[in-house]
Ligand binder design. Sequence first.
Ligand SMILES: [Zn+2]
Length: 265
Amino acid sequence: MKHFTDSHCHIDFSEFDENRQQLLSLCYAANIKKIIVPAVSPSTWQSLLNIAKNNQTPCQLLPCLGIHPWYLNGLTHDHLSQLDDAIASNRQQLIAIGETGLDGVIAKEQDNLTLQQSFFEFHIQMANKYSLPLIVHHRRTHQEILQQLKSTPVEKNGIIHAFSGSYQQGKAYIDLGFKLGIGGTITYPRAEKTIKAVKRFPVDALVLETDAPAMPLFGMQGQANSPLNLSIIFDKLAEIRQAPKQQLSEAIESNINRLFDDSRM
Ligand SMILES: [Zn+2]
């Protein structure tokens, strides 16, 4: 029997308020038994933790705390000490730190790369302080992220979420011990470079994700993405790698178990 973990889904977002419990029941029935839920902003931390705690379905929600690089506007370093406090008081519930990272497009628009880098650095320190893996967002920032991960290594490693890029770029993260989050990108025929790379990566470096409600799959643009689409991403991955599905799903699930090394896994 195949079991899946959606390693990146914003199930706490308001898009899911109306049918969250029903959707999670459907996920469980579709063998998506665990969902990792990264946080994006201090204003949503408490509701995310509550949603995870009050979840009545057998589909397990595993929360993270962090500040996404898109949400830094108006934040100061005070929010970083709040992050430290929030992690300390909820450590038992948390599965990772994130989401954090560097976004090159936002950095250009808002001229805030230095701020992004200092927030990212703090998240790395938190991952090490609390012995948790890190969930990393990238966009046109592979070089800068790699530089930072090399100068301050994350002991428990983590996931490069929604990986897109070349084999060499992916391999550099894998060599550091990171897993690559494989998501909807591979359903787009134009993502040739990423598809070619994903074909070659060692299977023990791959995890699956939807990033729902963001990142709609090819052919579903304009619609909110759903964690249920994880199986479409998995099928596409099996096709790209020409891998037997049972074996591939087991390998990916054991990557999750090894990375998070948590009794809930
Ligand atoms: Zn995300």
